[in-house]
Design a protein around this ligand. Structure first.
Ligand SMILES: *[C@@H]1O[C@H](CO)[C@@H](O)[C@H](O)[C@H]1NC(C)=O
Ligand SMILES: *[C@@H]1O[C@H](CO)[C@@H](O)[C@H](O)[C@H]1NC(C)=O
Ligand SMILES: *[C@@H]1O[C@H](CO)[C@@H](O)[C@H](O)[C@H]1NC(C)=O
Ligand SMILES: *[C@@H]1O[C@H](CO)[C@@H](O)[C@H](O)[C@H]1NC(C)=O
Ligand SMILES: *[C@@H]1O[C@H](CO)[C@@H](O)[C@H](O)[C@H]1NC(C)=O
Length: 334
């Protein structure tokens, strides 16, 4: 064995603080690596295992507390298992929005205009299947295509998955940064000014940046404008009830968000005024008795179907703009 090898191991031991792994987790670690197709260099493996064990402990503790009624949601180990909280933030949530540009304000709900208690646009055929953005910060593009898909379905009666990659590759000159960062507002502007957007079928998702190759012949969707909603859960509710899926942004900076499995995501530190991850609101409702106060927004994420409720999450509704859900909401007109 070379001396560099020894040195690497030594540094690792110092860096990670512990190389004494819990042997009872060996099989689980192995299965997890297989499931998520992880492979590491020898140097990396020890550190990743240590991080994974820490996450495992955190998840188990959280779920034990859940069974004692101390929190409202269950967590689960998933593809983010080998990331520290800091790495998770850097990789997965990275869209601090520059400023909220307000568009046309929609009418506040009329008194007596009763909105439905439950809305789920999936049941009406407005929502395409959940995809996985992989390690590319393209959430903003998924939220925007999701909102346009819904409105196009309303107009044409056809549900066509639209091209996220088209937005990732083609909105750079407008100020977006591909897999690094993007603002949904800029993406809507692009679709509007470009006069079209391709479908996933002709311009499939790659999870990395490429050269813009939009072809107007393949355009599958056009928008006539888009609306920025004022920061209000009441107005968001009216929009979700009467228009369709709405693109929003939330504070997803806690790794409890990454490991979410089910329940109402009541992370106590979730911000109500800063956002860094875009998602699509596809409905709302409540759990248990209406008077219990367990109402939620149903959001579609872009982290695959293994994450959360088959790719979806419930975020507390009517709780002082929890996770800043109503802070950056938009929908397109078609
Ligand atoms: C979340 O977004 C806000 C600004 O929108 C930013 O100040 C905060 O640092 C972000 N958190 C992360 C982890 O990106
Ligand atoms: C489209 O929206 C209008 C108005 O909201 C509604 O009346 C109509 O049923 C919708 N069409 C479809 C296909 O959902
Ligand atoms: C959440 O906030 C509490 C106190 O407000 C703090 O002690 C704790 O470290 C925070 N947790 C995270 C993950 O930021
Ligand atoms: C819901 O709560 C109300 C008041 O607390 C109660 O009268 C009602 O029976 C409850 N309904 C159900 C289905 O539990
Ligand atoms: C954020 O929460 C605080 C206290 O929980 C509340 O006073 C404030 O109005 C909330 N902000 C928004 C935009 O709802």
């Amino acid at each position: 064995m070379s001396s560099t090898f020894f040195l690497a191991i030594l540094c690792l031991g110092v860096g990670s603080g512990a190389l004494a792994f819990d042997p009872s987790l060996d099989a689980e670690w192995h299965d997890w690596k297989t499931e998520y197709e992880k492979s590491y260099t020898m140097e990396e493996e020890g550190h990743r295992r240590a991080v994974w064990e820490e996450n495992m402990k955190m998840i188990k503790l959280h779920n034990r507390e859940n069974s004692l009624g101390k929190n409202g949601f269950i967590m689960e180990m998933n593809e983010f298992g080998d990331l520290t909280a800091e790495e998770f933030r850097k990789m997965m949530v990275n869209i601090p929005i520059r400023s909220h540009r307000k568009g046309k304000i929609i009418r506040k709900r009329d008194v007596g205009n009763v909105l439905p208690k439950f809305v789920d646009w999936r049941k009406k055929g407005y929502v395409t299947r959940v995809q996985n953005q992989k390690f590319c910060n393209s959430c903003w593009a998924f939220a925007v295509t999701g909102a346009i898909e819904g409105q196009m379905f309303n107009k044409t009666g056809q549900l066509t998955p639209l091209s996220v990659q088209n937005l990732v590759d083609c909105t750079k000159s407008q100020g977006n940064e591909g897999c690094q960062w993007g603002d949904p507002h800029i993406a809507y502007e692009y679709v509007l000014n470009n006069g079209g957007l391709e479908a996933e079928a002709t311009y499939p998702y790659k999870g990395k940046e490429g050269v813009c190759r939009y072809n107007p012949k393949h355009s599958k969707a056009e928008i006539t404008g888009f609306v920025s909603l004022p920061e209000s859960e009441d107005i968001l509710m009216e929009a979700v009830a009467t228009i369709g899926p709405i693109s929003v942004a939330v504070d997803a900076s806690f790794n409890s968000f990454g490991f979410y499995k089910k329940g109402l995501y009541d992370e106590p530190n979730c911000s109500n005024n800063t956002v860094n991850h875009s998602v699509l609101v596809v409905g709302y409702g409540f759990e248990g008795n209406e008077t219990d106060g367990n109402s939620y927004w149903l959001i579609k994420n872009s982290w695959g179907r293994k994450w959360g409720l088959r790719g979806y999450m419930k975020i507390p509704k009517d709780q002082n703009n929890f996770c800043a859900i109503a802070s950056y909401a938009h929908y397109p007109t078609v």
